[in-house]
Design a protein around this ligand. Structure first.
Ligand code: SF4
Length: 693
């Protein structure tokens, strides 16, 4: 009823990478409720987070003034009450806070590093990487892609020539077979999952592969609950069958790929019979899946963090790419490779160059011509040609006294890093920490200065979803108190660092981005303002964008994609007598990442108010623990006490812990060992001991 609101504003849901378009209904300067509108990804649908998870933007904990750490503050650490921060910080005017923030960083070159945010806009991500590169002359700038799909991107860049999806998830409408592996879309990409369910109801064959059972199983033609960490053995066995039975697409392989003979030779050692004891799936099931996938007219592969967050995450993705290439399942309607992106703008922030090895559009920092194209537009001197440090390497460099100051925008490493006590100790050690956020997060607890920023409903800017759809976000309400849009804060800091920045609006930033980002060709601010979304690549000013790419070759030498064989590598932290079970972590439907927003949303927090872990009923019985009682989880890194739930989907030797809860932070337990290519930590596998608390 239109009387319910004064104004309605179209924007984009701030949570997951699906990128649902929303209409924000505003009354008396506040967002009252939210409805889904007809965006290309969501077609009017929303999940519980998009529908009900918005009232955090009006939460009393919002930062409304810049804060500077008091001279007489207690030691840095997780001891600040967000409702009573005055013992640690004092309020400051913007002028003083910005001067203080910049003075602590200016002229310190490699001693300063930056974490930007996948929750900010493309323009803000672009400005952040530019500020570090131009302001400090190096590439030590990264964001949470390092913790989610860095290994997928490494494999896609290596073998396909592009890190983005080859087809939108909506293309499943045109498929007859789909694999969903290492992803739990009903909880983590719920609106995308509605398309997957419809596909199955129409008769599409849905092959779900995951060490943890999940609700999508009900719609699956095949459910392969394989052993944690055994992805390569299972996928190679499936590909072995395709080779053995001659089910591959020789014509496609000849026309569009390279290194096939090496892949074929490599797969000879991976018979289903040899791999079944490793992956825990019967040979006949592996053969049936191989025949089903290879026999598809059009097939897609979707994957998530279950694939990427391993020390062999890049190998896992290499296998999925090989499977699609050998069956010719890329570049046609209903076919493709689709890593489901986590954060709402992790695709866009990566595209905008918020990563240590690439400038915008994945142009390597090591290439002199690339850097010179950027410094020409930026009007400043060259910067380092060395790849920068990644998220976890930056924390190690703090401990090694190489990095002494950080600028952190909208990231929460005090909750999200693996072996989080190591990250917290690094944050405490810094001599200058600038945190820009909307709440006094666990990371802001360690800050020397906190700059109050804007939530999605308070800002203008573009974001890019998992489908490569660049979408326009618009402000519906004003930021609280003196809080400001993130791009404005970045510009004011840059000016104080001596950089010649004079952007007047996000549109100015977008115009500059277009100068060195071919992915934005034919996508203008005006188009996005009018059309809300354009998919890249867009081939003309009228083209809504290409849902499917690489139908006629790949952006690699000679237009050929590559097969890169993968061998079985054991997880880093294998169970033993002291730590006999396997810990895996992830999200749950109601909470978003480190919980800073969703735990301040009334409905979502009401649905899931308490830290919890999931254990199989037989495990609980063995431990003598009733559901609802607490268990103590201990790994080589630390211990947490957490409420146990009964969940038949979890294997008897596993425990699943969501990472949203500070009072039982999952990342106290996780293993910081990283994949050598994507540099992503092994969040999905740690040896753990489970005891009655
Ligand atoms: Fe938001 Fe993702 Fe839910 Fe869509 S599916 S409403 S983008 S959280």
């Amino acid at each position: 009823d239109s009387a319910d609101f004064d104004e309605e504003v179209e924007s984009i849901c701030p949570f997951c990478g699906v990128g649902c378009q929303v209409s924000l209904k505003v009354k008396d300067g506040k967002v009252k409720y939210v409805e889904g509108i007809n965006g290309p990804a969501n077609e009017g649908r929303l999940c519980v987070k998009g529908r009900f998870g918005f009232d955090y933007i009006h939460h009393p904990h919002r930062l409304t003034k810049p804060l500077i750490r008091r001279q007489d503050a207690p030691e840095k650490g997780l001891n600040v009450d967000p409702g009573n921060w005055q013992t640690h910080f004092r309020e400051a005017l913007w002028e003083e806070a910005l001067d203080f923030a910049a003075a602590g960083m200016k002229g310190r070159g490699r001693e300063i590093a930056g974490f930007g945010s996948a929750k900010c806009t493309n323009e803000e991500a672009y400005l952040f990487q530019k500020l570090i590169r131009q302001g400090f002359g190096h590439n030590n700038v990264d964001h949470c892609t390092r913790l989610c799909h860095a290994s997928s991107v490494a494999a896609l860049m290596e073998n396909v020539g592009s890190g983005a999806v080859t087809a939108t998830f909506n293309e499943i409408e045109n498929a007859d077979v789909a694999i969903v592996i290492g992803a739990n879309p009903i909880e983590n990409h719920p609106v995308a999952a509605t398309f997957f369910k419809q596909f199955a109801k129409r008769g599409g064959k849905l092959i779900v592969m995951d060490p943890r059972g999940q609700a999508l199983k009900r719609f699956a033609s095949h459910m392969l609950q394989f052993r944690p960490g055994a992805d390569v053995s299972m996928l190679n066995a499936i590909m072995h069958v395709i080779v053995e039975e001659g089910l591959y697409d020789q014509q496609y392989i000849d026309a569009y790929t390279e290194n096939w003979e090496a892949e074929k030779r490599h797969l000879a050692d991976f018979s289903p019979e040899a791999m079944a004891p490793i992956c825990g799936i019967e040979p006949e099931v592996l053969r049936d899946v191989a025949r089903t996938f290879a026999g598809a007219k059009a097939a897609m592969i979707f994957w998530g963090m279950g694939i990427s967050q391993h020390i062999h995450g890049t190998d896992n993705s290499r296998c999925l790419i090989s499977l699609a290439l050998m069956t010719g399942q890329v570049g046609r309607p209903g076919s493709g490779l689709h890593p489901l992106r986590g954060q709402n703008n992790v695709q866009g922030a990566s595209d905008a160059g918020l990563i240590p090895m690439f400038l915008p559009d994945y142009q390597p920092v090591t290439d002199d011509g690339v850097r010179s194209a950027f410094t020409k537009v930026w009007g400043t001197a060259d910067f380092s040609n060395e790849r920068g440090l990644t998220v976890t390497e930056i924390m190690d460099a703090v401990h090694a006294d190489k990095i002494k100051g950080m600028y952190i925008l909208g990231e929460n490493p005090a909750m999200s890093d693996p072996d989080v006590e190591h990250a917290r100790a690094a944050l405490a050690k810094l001599d200058h920490l600038v945190v820009q956020d909307i709440f006094l997060t666990e990371t802001a607890n360690y800050a020397d200065v906190i700059l109050p920023a804007s939530a999605f409903a308070e800002k203008t800017g573009t974001v890019t979803n998992t489908n490569r759809q660049v979408q326009m976000g618009r402000p519906a309400v004003a930021p609280p108190g003196d809080a400001r849009e993130d791009w404005w804060i970045e510009v004011e800091l840059a000016k104080r660092l001596g950089l010649p920045w004079d952007y007047q609006s996000p549109a100015d930033v977008f115009a500059e981005m277009k100068q060195n980002m071919r992915s934005l060709d034919n996508i203008t601010w005006e188009r996005l303002s009018g059309e809300n979304a354009v998919t890249y690549p867009s081939l003309s000013p009228q083209d809504p964008g290409q849902a499917i790419v690489f139908g006629d070759g790949f952006p690699r030498p000679e237009g050929r994609a590559r097969f890169t064989p993968a061998s079985v590598i054991a997880p880093d932290d294998v169970p033993d007598e002291d730590y006999p079970m396997i810990l895996t972590t992830g999200r749950q439907l109601e909470h978003w990442h480190t919980g800073s927003m969703t735990r301040r949303s009334t409905v979502l927090d009401g649905l899931e108010p308490e830290a919890n872990c999931s254990l199989h009923p037989s495990t609980l019985r063995k431990l003598g623990v009733a559901p609802g009682e607490h268990v103590l989880l201990t790994t080589k890194r630390g211990s947490i006490s957490i409420m146990a739930r009964e969940d038949r989907a979890v294997a008897p030797d596993m425990v699943f812990v969501p990472f949203a809860y500070v009072e039982a932070a999952a990342n106290i337990l996780t293993n910081p060992a990283i994949d050598p290519f994507g540099k992503i930590p092994e969040f999905k596998f740690s040896a753990v001991r489970v005891e009655k608390a």
